[in-house]
Design a protein around this ligand. Structure first.
Ligand code: COA
Length: 482
């Protein structure tokens, strides 16, 4: 990437890039950077970038985020915004920080992977938001940020004194974005974690096997899924602000986010009124449907029957399995591959409706073939003839997969106290916006830098803020005076 002259002083931490201030209403006494004119050709149309893929600036350059998030849902959102170029300033409680810093610690007294993997590319300032001096800093932050993102328990932001009305009065351009467990209604006051959302959003009731209990999934659809929804909401609010000049509130409820991801199950709920769901294996097994969408085991969620089949080595390797889809257009190729050419013309197998009552037998037969091959051999043989299959990849296999390293989907990050660790990089690839994954900040690592260089507090003001204890430890006498 070509080096640009930095618009503001550089951080001491060499690994961090300084992000420019632009496109926001300037706070009193602070200068805003002039808008950058797009490069144009003779027809005044933008030229395509001449830089290599992903090497031309950052999509959210100039956007600054006041990150009041913790645990997983909110941090997922702000990490994405940071990867896309926003300057994300994470506010953390002095001495404690985001609770995940200390949760599931694999190395004693070192920020946990839970924290480091959800807070890349951010800066950290410690601030007691409930103190007078803390609120003074927050006010200055609100006036110099484009969006405030939070996922506190319902009412916590208001209890701090940061009501929407107050924020809007300080900075009418500010977008205020929240994750909550539930939207307005009977449960809106409830605190919610990942699995609560998975259960309340329809995922658990439709996951698992018909004869077993509801199951939660490994994918963090409640937390990370809602964080993704929130990030889109924030970017949309910023786009709308370009037209209206004002900010707005953005709310994503975890129940709503999970339900959105379970859309096909609500589809099936309504189809039930018109008869059994014949692509569910329970149909082929002559088991009647109840009033609600049942758990469908490993049945395919689409119109093409599928199932997870054993592969060579399954007796000892818990991940020696493959997802096999009996897609109608490639049925004849499947018959050839598994050594059942007669099924191509047999009226009991040739057409999809005829196969539905005997899917279990069909998959058992295919499995006799897949168990003679490794999952990778099955994948190679099937893909050669356009049969879609999915090898069950373990986290170990994913971590070691060279193609994911090459695209930056799996990245190795260096951390000053932890050393090197693996993380999932930005899954969203933009041709003009590079994602450099930098390490998560240490607790309060950027407090001084943000107070002086971003918020332009004078040395005397910083001394006063610090002496009050608002950013951390302070003499007891001073704290009492505050
Ligand atoms: N300075 C001073 N106080 C601070 C602070 C700071 N920098 N940061 C947080 N606090 C305070 C809050 O104001 C709040 O105080 P209050 O309850 O007296 O008003 C308190 O810390 C705790 O916040 P809370 O959000 O209630 O944390 P919790 O640990 O009790 O609950 C959740 C955690 C996740 C259950 C809850 O935040 C929640 O339901 N969030 C919304 C849904 C969500 O995102 N869930 C998924 C998380 S991955």
């Amino acid at each position: 990437m070509a080096k640009k002259k930095p618009a503001r002083a550089k951080s001491k931490a060499a690994s961090r890039k300084v992000v420019k201030l632009a496109s926001r209403k300037p706070a009193p006494k602070l200068k805003a950077k002039a808008a950058v004119k797009p490069k144009t050709n003779g027809n005044r149309l933008p030229k395509p970038s001449s830089k290599p893929f992903g090497k031309d600036g950052k999509a959210l350059d100039g956007i600054r985020i006041l990150d009041f998030t913790h645990v997983q849902s909110g941090p997922t959102c702000t990490q994405l915004l940071a990867w896309l170029g926003a300057d994300v300033i994470k506010i953390e409680r002095p001495g404690v920080g985001d609770i995940t810093r200390g949760q599931l610690q694999d190395v004693p007294n070192v920020d946990s992977l839970y924290f480091t993997m959800l807070n890349h590319n951010k800066r950290s300032i410690t601030l007691d938001s409930k103190s007078k001096q803390g609120m003074k800093v927050l006010e200055r932050l609100v006036k110099n940020c484009d969006a405030l993102v939070e996922n506190f328990a319902p009412g916590a932001l208001d209890r701090m004194g940061l009501t929407w009305e107050r924020i809007h009065a300080w900075n009418p351009r500010m977008v205020v974005a929240s994750v909550k467990g539930f939207g307005p209604g009977p449960y809106e006051e409830c605190k919610v974690y990942e699995n609560v959302a998975q259960c309340a959003g329809g995922s658990a009731s439709t996951t698992g096997f018909r004869d077993g209990p509801p199951l939660v999934t490994g994918a963090q659809i409640g937390d990370s899924g809602t964080g993704l929804h929130l990030a889109l909401g924030i970017v949309c609010a910023l786009v709308q602000r370009n037209r209206t000049g004002r900010g707005q509130r953005v709310l994503t409820a975890m129940q709503d986010g999970v339900l959105n991801l379970c859309r096909v199950k609500l589809r099936d709920q309504q189809r039930l009124a018109h008869g059994p769901l014949n692509e569910y294996s329970q149909y082929g097994e002559n088991i009647p449907f109840g009033e609600a969408v049942p758990r469908a085991g490993n049945d395919s969620g689409g119109g093409q029957p599928g199932w997870i089949l054993k592969c060579k080595g399954w007796e000892t390797d818990p991940d020696a399995y493959i997802y096999f889809i009996t897609q109608a257009p490639v049925w004849e190729k499947i018959c050839e591959l598994i050594g059942k050419p007669e099924w191509k013309t047999d009226p009991e197998y040739a057409k999809p409706p005829a196969r539905l009552p005997r899917l279990k037998h069909i998959f058992n037969t295919i499995e006799q073939w897949t168990t003679t091959k490794t999952k990778f051999e099955v994948m190679e043989l099937c893909n050669a003839v356009d049969i879609p299959v999915g090898p069950i990849l373990s986290m170990k296999e994913l971590a070691e997969e060279p193609s994911l390293r090459a695209t930056g989907t799996i990245v190795e990050v260096d951390h000053p106290t932890r050393g090197k660790y693996l993380s999932v990089g930005n899954p969203i690839k933009l041709s003009d916006s590079i994602t450099e994954v930098t390490r998560s900040p240490l607790l309060g690592e950027h407090t001084n830098e943000i107070l002086s260089k971003v918020l332009k507090f004078t040395p005397a003001e910083i001394a006063e803020i610090k002496a009050s204890g608002a950013t951390g430890e302070a003499p007891k006498a001073k704290m009492a005076a505050e």
